[in-house]
Structure formats: C-alpha cells, structure tokens
Design a protein around this ligand. Structure first.
Ligand code: A3P
Length: 325
C-alpha cells in the first residue's frame, strides 16, 4: 500500500489511470455526494434545457434568432470569441469547466420559469459531443436541422470564399469535393469540412447512442426557409413551452432579403446580416452528380432513420432517392 502527499498522489493516480485524465462533467446536483461538496451559493440550474446542435449552414442562426423572440426562452449571453456560439462541448472550452459554461446562462427567477438554450452549430458532427452532453444534460432536448447535404457543402464552400480562405478562393468547388488522398492537405481539410457534416445518418446514430429518439427533434431546413411559422409551431410543441406563440404574426417574408425576417415592435422587419442568405452561383452539374453518388448510401440510411424521429421524409430526400433509381 502506497501513500503520498496530495499533489504527488494526484500525479501518481493519473499515471496509473491515464484514461481518467480526460474530464467528463456531470451535473453536481444529480448525485448527493457531489451536491454536498458543491458550494451553497452556486446553483445547478444555470444549464440549458435544449441545444441546437447544427450542423453549420442549415439555418441555425435563423432558428436561434426566432427562438430568442419567445418570452419563455432565454439563450446564453454572447461569447466574446464565438458571438452567440459557446462551443463548449466540442472544443478546449470544455476544459475551462462547468463554472465557465454556467456563467453564460442567467439565474432563473424561479424553477421552470424560463427554458434556457444554446446553439453551437458544430456540435452535430463532433465525435465527443453527444457523450459529453449526455453526461452533463441527460434530460436536455436536442434540435438538429437537416438540408440536402450537397447544398450544405456548397454553402460551406462559399462561406469560406467569403472569408477569403485562400484554398477556397483558389480551388473550384468540384476540385474540392473530388480531392483525393494525393491532393494538398489544405484542400483535403476543406473537403472534409464541406462533406463530413452531411453524413447525417452516421452522426444521428452517434446521438442515438446517448439520447432516446424522442428527445431529438429534426427541423427541415427547407421548411424553416419557406414556412418558418409551422416549424416554430412543431418545435414549441416538442419543447412543451408556454405560451404557445403564433409565429405567423412575428415573421414576415422580406422580398429584398429573400428570406423570412423577424417583425419588430415598430412593425419593421429585422433580417439576419449579410453573412446569412448569401448570393452565389448555383452548383455546377458535375458537382451535383458527384455529390448525389457520394451521399447515396448515407441518404438512403437517413430515409430509414427518420421514422424513429417521427419525421417525414423531406422533398429533397425523396428527390435524391428517386434520381438514383
Ligand atoms: P446561405 O448563406 O448559404 O444561403 P447557418 O446560420 O446555420 O450558418 O445557416 C446559414 C443559412 O441559413 C443560409 O445559407 C441560408 O440559406 C439559411 N437560412 C434559412 N433561413 C434563413 C433566414 N430566415 N434568413 C437568412 N438565412 C436563412
């Protein structure tokens, strides 16, 4: 039997159990011995009830801004680094700990007085995120937005061009998505960011390893774009949030923007900024053809998986599957 002073004992422990070096945060109030250690001036209540997990470019900012208009829903305070996105579960922010995360959320006046939420659009396709979210927020509801993955890839590519990413500026979309193992590493990295989040079935299965399907809600991006009021209707029912707001009164189509925007108290519309709903040329047919084949198996798997979420098969997916027969 060996004992050592506390710090040395700590080092010895992690030398013996290196797999435990990686922290996994749980809710201190879920276990009585942790709760006893948790300072009385702290709460375990400053944690989200639901999370919009992405993926990126599917309309996550629009959904976030519509939800923020609801009187019973409160999002996190903006992060100085990532604006509205906290990116806690997917990045080194996780190592900053629970206090860091909870400080972005307000204290609720009384329990259940408001639902807290956050959206970080690259949670969806990150390997470690479902496990970490389930450890800390096992009862949280998860909101996913899906669109044709080929269109998502194209939108991401143009997002990178607008950010003057030299690889995106100097490589055509077709050359990015058809890059091979011999292509320059920067092209392969861009290719991965274009294509990997769109492997929807694969990522959803990972979430299902940690959350029951009834805790996960799928929003279809095309519906969010064309009929946001009905998306907000089903989302409010899924969240069981009161009062039930009729978003048809709060959102109006803006012909200049080409999207629905929030109607402000003075009757004017407030649309998302220039970086959302950008104008760029349509996808070339060679890329369309390539991506249809690339996503074939994944889209077929997605069509089977959607039933477990009580979700209809969206038109884009019906179309993709039809084109392949
Ligand atoms: P594009 O700019 O490529 O058209 P995210 O916020 O997840 O990054 O998604 C951005 C995408 O949201 C935009 O992609 C746009 O198509 C889509 N979108 C959906 N509804 C929107 C809305 N009401 N206003 C602006 N963009 C919206």
């Amino acid at each position: 039997l060996l004992t050592l002073p506390p710090v040395e004992l700590g080092f010895k422990y992690f030398e013996m159990f290196p797999q435990e070096k990686e922290p996994i945060w749980t809710n201190p109030c879920d276990y009585y011995r942790h709760k006893e250690l948790w300072p009385v001036n702290k709460t375990c209540d400053r944690l989200p009830d639901f999370i919009i997990v992405g993926p990126q470019k599917t309309g996550t900012t629009a959904l976030y801004s519509f939800l923020s208009r609801h009187s019973s829903l409160t999002s996190n305070k903006p992060s100085p680094k990532n604006f509205e996105e906290l990116q806690f579960f997917n990045s080194n922010n996780y190592y900053l700990g629970l206090d860091w995360y909870m400080d972005f959320f307000p204290q609720r006046n009384k329990p259940n007085s408001t639902f807290l939420f956050e959206k970080s659009a690259n949670y969806f396709d990150n390997e470690v995120v479902p496990k970490r979210v389930a450890a800390l927020l096992p009862r949280a509801k998860i909101v996913v937005i899906l669109m044709n993955p080929a269109k998502r890839a194209h939108s991401w590519y143009h997002h990178m061009r607008y950010h003057n990413d030299p690889t995106a500026l100097n490589t055509s979309f077709y050359d990015v998505i058809t890059a091979t193992k011999d292509s320059p590493s920067k092209v392969k990295t861009l290719q991965s960011r274009c294509l990997t989040p769109g492997l929807y079935a694969q990522h959803l299965v990972r979430w299902l390893d940690f959350f029951p399907a009834k805790q996960i809600h799928i929003v279809h991006s095309d519906e969010l774009k064309n009929d946001p009021a009905s998306v907000m209707d089903s989302l409010q029912k899924f969240l069981h949030v009161q009062p039930h707001v009729n978003y048809a009164r709060h959102l109006r189509y803006d012909p200049v923007k080409g999207f629905y925007c929030v109607v402000m108290d003075n009757g004017q519309t407030k649309c998302l900024g220039q970086s959302k709903g950008r104008k760029y040329p349509p996808m070339d047919s060679a890329s369309e053809h390539h991506l249809r084949r690339y996503y074939r198996k994944h889209n077929t798997n997605l069509s089977k998986l959607l039933a477990s979420f009580n979700s209809e098969v969206p038109d884009w997916l019906k179309q993709e599957l039809k084109e392949l027969t």
